[in-house]
Design a binder for this molecule. Structure first.
Ligand code: SF4
Length: 870
């Protein structure tokens, strides 16, 4: 009632709303004000974080927070009046729009922001243009001297740092990947297991920076998590100068769906977004003018900004659906995506993720963009990334996307999305053959699913050959699935086998329809190639760039369709042992959202070896958990090297940490499996015993939510805040920032937290796993299990997961903590997952609570006393 009457001063309204169970809460949210006053500035969205960001005194307790919020509001408003406000430019103009939108802060800001004497530069005028650069020559063949590598390492770690022999060995080993290649398709492959604390980042940055400097080439470092990407960006500053010849030598490269699309933003600012979304667009425009690289997801746009506005505002401002019109776009020369792509061709170090490296290697637009020296950090994830990159999914969502790409907007749909014929109008008017191909492709695309396909498929009234296929596939999944998902509301799946004649016939018609689309696309691709070679008068720079862009898009879409055709062609015949094919109905909470046929390689490292390894000259895969215990075999198989008959170099550096005294593994044997009240009680008591600082890991979202719902309130009342992925309306990166910032906070999460969390120090002192992390018994898993040695395969996966989760606990030499698994039947053969020397005990919950509590009181008696810990 208070909130409805007067606008309340709040910090993170959606979070407050979700805690109160009052979804419509709104008011004066300080996070919005902060985003306006200091765009592109990092802040942990908590009272403490706010105080720190503004140089105010941190509140000593919850009762001091209301006072802080008022001081913070005044400090932010006062900044707008000060002469040295760094982010003043553009504020007045943005505010005028925000006043019209009745943004709650606008009336308070208006008297504080004076009208500038001269008209402010509009965002699109302010951003710098990228420049075309000359092509780079190929890198020189150099051999790195060991002494030079070690002395570069010493420069990076700093003169005062103690020389670490293991790190030096690691750096020397990493330098081997840069040796000149001796045979075509035979890169140097190094697999390096480096225990936590080895200092592997500098270990490989030392030879990488040396090689890039001496050879004039580019090294790609690929990570799986955004957290490591951020860390690398920070640490690479020591290894590379801020600028060389006026260009940044280090570039972070992500998939295009991460960056702001200026054309989408312009649409949004000019009326494309309404209500709260329009306010978001204004705040994003403020940020874009100050952003380092326009990266909206994990870059310098605060991760919390999008969640303040619910809905999918941020995603709608990126180029999610490949709508880019390249040189046809008025902002092409200022486009963040184009800038990042060009900068990476010139860079000495490109920081990217596994998926992007694989996509670039497999279908890079030009040779300069193709990585040839690659360090895969978090190398234990290369297999998973290859698995999704080199798979095919013939689903409703994928096929309707293809239809939209070919045909463009239909019916009432809005937006600037244009079809092939509009994008290539000049080609059509110049080249008859090209025009014919475009119109044939357009006609053939009519066979693809269209708006409303899912409802028709569910109701059994499909329209067109592809919808008919999806309908038949869905019916089969419902008929055959025995996973238990039907009752629980999860996804359904069934293998593609024992199909009847009717299904094969439907699949045959779908295959013909796809062939009819692929053929004109291939012809069109060839015509475009010929036109670029002919170079007619109208083909100026921008037109050429647009046609090149279209050619590459047509190229990979033809390959995509070819993959689908191959999948359908196999249906009636004998299975291909290289692939695992299945039908899936994707559902969450009982609601269907996609249906289709899937094909994965049984061993995705086979295409990885051909597309990524073979063209490379040197590749290193490194991680703290590459091997299985002491065994290298599965790591070697999972590197892809055997497919090229390469025996990789193997290197191990043990962690310098003293696990015997820093950590303890407790296997709690008396919490019955499947008993949610008992599970929740165990979590609650463990978190209380450790006074927070706990990371709780779950294998199922459902159980995570159930546990959270039972304990969050009680813990919060005791001064132990609990946050949870899939519950709190906050992105995962920000949740980890909040957790890191408050030693009394705890965090519950699923897979992404198992190895994406780097929290050294006191904030993380307890990791609790709800059970043994068994792999999900999917059809794909069953096939790989069969090929990989049955239960031994499962054990390897579980040990890897345990090792990754355990790795969160001890991040620095001073860390101490407990790793608890709630499992009444934890098999002994899995114990080798933990580092040698780590004490392991099987205990009851009561004993575990005593151990956890005792170590907390030990720590506390060494520090200052704390209140309220049971
Ligand atoms: S070039 Fe493409 S991605 Fe860049 S702003 Fe224009 S439409 Fe968006």
């Amino acid at each position: 009632m208070a909130a409805a009457d007067t606008p309340l001063l709040m910090l993170n309204a959606p979070l407050v709303a979700s805690r109160l169970g009052y979804p419509d809460l709104s008011g004066l949210d300080l996070l919005e004000l902060f985003a306006f006053v200091h765009p592109a500035r990092f802040m942990v969205p908590t009272p403490k974080g706010l105080a720190r960001a503004l140089g105010l005194e941190e509140p000593s307790g919850d009762d001091k927070v209301p006072q802080l919020l008022q001081e913070a509001a005044e400090a932010l408003l006062a900044t707008c009046e000060s002469a040295d406000w760094a982010e003043r430019e553009g504020a007045w103009t943005a505010l005028q729009s925000l006043v019209r939108m009745s943004w709650p802060w606008a009336t308070l800001l208006t008297p504080r922001i004076r009208k500038p004497d001269r008209a402010e530069r509009w965002l699109f005028a302010k951003l710098p243009e990228w420049e075309e650069a000359a092509e780079r020559p190929q890198p020189a063949q150099v051999v790195l001297g060991e002494a030079a590598v070690v002395s570069r390492l010493a420069e990076l770690t700093g003169a005062g740092a103690e020389a670490r022999p293991t790190q030096q060995d690691y750096a020397r080993e990493a330098s081997r990947m840069f040796a000149p290649r001796q045979g075509q398709g035979q890169p140097h492959v190094v697999l390096a297991q480096a225990g936590t604390g080895t200092g592997k980042t500098f270990g490989y940055l030392a030879p990488s920076s040396l090689w890039a400097e001496q050879s004039g080439g580019t090294v790609w470092v690929s990570t799986y998590t955004k957290a490591l990407q951020r860390q690398l960006r920070r640490e690479s500053r020591r290894a590379f100068p801020a600028s060389r010849n006026g260009k940044p030598p280090v570039v972070v490269r992500k998939g295009r769906e991460n960056y702001l699309c200026l054309l989408n933003l312009e649409d949004a600012l000019q009326g494309g977004f309404a209500g709260r979304a329009a306010i978001l667009a204004q705040l994003v425009a403020r940020w874009a003018a100050y952003s380092q690289d326009g990266d909206m997801i994990g870059g310098d746009l605060p991760g919390w900004l999008g969640t303040l506005f619910r809905k999918r505002g941020i995603a709608a401002l990126t180029d999610q659906r490949g709508e880019c019109v390249y040189a046809g776009c008025p902002h092409y020369r200022k486009c963040f995506i184009e800038r990042a792509a060009r900068a990476s061709a010139d860079a000495e170090l490109v920081i990217a993720n596994h998926a992007l490296v694989m996509v670039n290697a497999a279908r890079g637009r030009d040779a300069a963009q193709r990585p040839t020296r690659i360090v895969f950090d978090e190398g234990h994830h290369v297999f998973e990334a290859a698995d999704s990159t080199f798979s095919a999914a013939l689903t409703g969502a994928e096929t309707i996307e293809l239809r939209r790409w070919v045909i463009g907007p239909e019916g009432k749909s809005r937006g600037r999305r244009r079809g092939l014929s509009a994008r290539l109008a000049d080609v059509a008017s110049y080249d008859e053959e090209g025009e014919r191909a475009i119109s044939q492709a357009r006609e053939a695309a009519e066979a693809l699913p269209s708006e409303g396909w899912l409802a028709r498929v569910v109701e059994g009234t499909p329209s067109g050959p592809l919808e008919e296929l999806l309908s038949a596939a869905r019916a089969l999944a419902y008929a055959r699935d025995e996973s238990g998902g039907q009752e629980a509301g999860y996804g359904l799946e069934t293998e593609i086998a024992q199909l009847d004649g009717g299904f094969i016939e439907v699949a045959g018609r779908a295959q013909e329809a796809l062939e009819a689309l692929r053929k004109p696309l291939v012809r069109l691709g060839l015509r475009l190639e010929a036109i670029v070679e002919d170079g007619p008068d109208w083909l100026d720079g921008p037109a050429r760039a647009r046609i090149e862009g279209a050619r590459s898009a047509i190229g990979w879409r033809s390959d995509l369709i070819a993959g689908w055709i191959a999948l359908l062609a196999r249906l009636g015949g004998p299975g291909d042992p290289d692939f695992v094919d299945w039908i899936a109905v994707e559902r969450s909470d009982g609601r269907e959202w996609d249906v289709g046929l899937h094909r994965h390689y049984l061993d995705p490292m086979k295409p990885f070896a051909n597309a990524v390894l073979a063209p490379s000259h040197g590749v290193m895969m490194t991680s703290a958990t590459l091997r299985d215990g002491d065994d290298w075999q599965s790591a070697v198989e999972r590197s892809g090297a055997p497919h090229l008959d390469i025996a990789p170099r193997l290197f191990t550096a043990d962690s310098p940490f003293d696990y015997a005294s820093q950590a303890e593994v407790l296997i709690v044997t008396d919490v019955p499996k499947g008993d949610i009240p008992a599970l929740a009680a165990a979590y609650g008591r463990l978190i209380e015993a450790s006074g927070g600082g706990a990371l709780g890991l779950f294998t199922a979202i459902r159980r995570l939510r159930a546990v959270y719902g039972r304990i969050a309130d009680r813990l919060a009342r005791g001064g132990l805040p609990l946050f949870a992925q899939h519950v709190d309306p906050i992105d995962t990166g920000t949740l980890v920032d909040i957790f890191r910032d408050d030693p009394r906070a705890s965090l519950l999460g699923t897979d992404a937290l198992r190895d994406g969390v780097d929290v050294p120090g006191d904030s993380l002192r307890l990791v609790v796993m709800e059970q043994v992390p068994w792999p999900k018994p999917s059809i794909l898993h069953r096939a790989r299990r069969l090929a990989g040695g049955g239960s031994a395969y499962d054990d390897r996966i579980i040990r890897a997961r345990l090792a990754q989760a355990f790795g969160r606990l001890i991040r620095s030499a001073g860390d101490k903590g407990h790793f608890v698994v709630l499992s009444s039947a934890f098999p002994s053969r899995l114990l080798s997952a933990f580092p040698a020397g780590t004490p392991i005990r099987r205990v009851t919950l009561d004993v575990a609570l005593q151990s956890v509590g005792a170590s907390v009181s030990g720590r506390e008696s060494a520090q200052t006393p704390r209140e309220g810990i049971s």
